[in-house]
Design a protein around this ligand. Structure first.
Ligand code: SF4
Length: 164
């Protein structure tokens, strides 16, 4: 523990290390590649799942994705082990793959104790910071159909202003 503090400060230990030319994953974690669906970019991401903690602990860039590698993705024919190798510090920054802050906050979306898990509707005037929770179905109906949603007069819903 003391060694970890000295070497990594508050950061978690690296996901992998290279010893004798071989890349090894840190015991107790799983890494995988997938996509982020938080916005329409749908960037490639890699995730770290900590088996001891039983939760997702990191989202970073997928080195096979053009968007998160500055237009220099690894060819899809690159073996995953080789891709891991190219992500280690020894390889410099040329194969770095990073997400935006929103994508990187993926673990918080799943497990932050302060995340919002209900639909909240404004209960006071704008800026008063008063809210109450409403059922999901009601939120969908109000967003689509509009109405006098806040006692401030009628507002249009999405169905009146979007014509796809
Ligand atoms: S990583 Fe960021 S830009 Fe990419 S899809 Fe996720 S939220 Fe959108």
């Amino acid at each position: 523990m003391q060694e970890k503090k000295i070497r990594y400060g508050l950061a978690s230990e690296p996901e992998m290390k290279k010893t004798g030319g071989t890349v090894e994953l840190r015991p107790g974690i799983r890494l995988g590649f997938t996509k982020c669906f938080t916005c329409n970019n749908m960037c490639g991401i890699r995730y770290r799942y900590d088996e001891r903690e039983g939760r997702l602990t990191r989202v970073a860039g997928n080195p096979y994705c053009e968007v998160v590698t500055g237009g220099r993705p690894l060819p899809l024919s690159t073996p995953v082990r080789k891709a891991y190798e190219m992500l280690t510090g020894d390889s410099g920054l040329s194969h770095r793959a990073t997400t935006c802050g929103k994508g990187a906050s993926g673990p918080d979306v799943l497990s932050d104790p302060y995340r919002i898990v209900k639909v909240l509707k404004r209960a006071g005037k704008r800026g008063e910071n008063k809210w109450h929770s409403i059922p999901y179905e009601q939120a969908l109906r109000e967003i689509l159909e509009g109405g006098d949603l806040f006692g401030e007069g009628r507002v249009e819903g999405q169905s009146a202003i979007c014509h796809f």
